[in-house]
Write a protein that binds this ligand. Structure first.
Ligand SMILES: [Zn+2]
Length: 193
């Protein structure tokens, strides 16, 4: 597995020669800073997929372990996993992001709150993947609901297994900010590209 390090954009964590990549310079950002542990290819990809689809829960600890040091900013209070649609969670027997979030919480000493954010509707990544890029952000919009009583005034570290386009993380962050969260950072085990 390759560490996702080197020169990267501090907002989206893509390889970039400047501290903020061109794409992030030109758009409003809901996620203040994303950090990822490893590059999403080869064995890292296999491990993420095994955690997601085959429920190999022990891999969550391993992935977090392999990701090196996880540093949460001083203004972050809580760890919140990206929820998956309830039907899918029942079918899989769990949410891979929640397993990762639990490991991140125990490593950083932050509280885990898996109920702060929930998924609305039925759109999942499979439907979103089939859609065009423009459609995809429209589909993700409104995909989440956040508990104001749990997030208002707090700093949130969102956790997911892999970051690709960041549309899911961005939409989750927008929802949290709209519910009163002070700031939203994100951490994923793997970064695509
Ligand atoms: Zn960027």
């Amino acid at each position: 597995m390759r560490q996702a390090d080197g020169r990267r954009c501090r907002h989206c964590w893509l390889a970039s020669d400047s501290p903020v990549c061109r794409e992030c310079q030109s758009k409003a950002l809901a996620v203040r800073e994303l950090r990822s542990g490893i590059v999403y290819d080869g064995p890292a990809r296999a491990a993420v997929l095994a955690l997601k689809h085959r429920g190999v829960v022990g891999l969550a600890e391993e992935l977090v372990e392999l990701s090196g040091e996880i540093r949460a900013a001083d203004d972050i209070d809580m760890v919140v996993p990206i929820p998956i649609p309830l039907l899918r969670q029942r079918r899989r027997g769990g949410n891979q992001a929640e397993y990762l979030a639990r490991a991140v919480a125990s490593r950083t000493g932050l509280d885990l709150d898996a109920a702060a954010l929930r998924r609305r509707g039925w759109w999942g990544p499979r439907q979103a993947q089939a859609a065009s890029r423009a459609d995809r952000s429209r589909i993700v919009r409104g995909a989440f609901a956040a508990r104001e009583d749990r997030v208002a005034g707090r700093g949130v570290l969102l956790v997911d297994d892999v970051a690709t386009t960041m549309s899911t993380l961005s939409e989750a962050a927008r929802t949290l900010l709209a519910a009163g969260a002070r700031v939203v950072d994100a951490w994923t085990a793997a970064r695509a590209h």
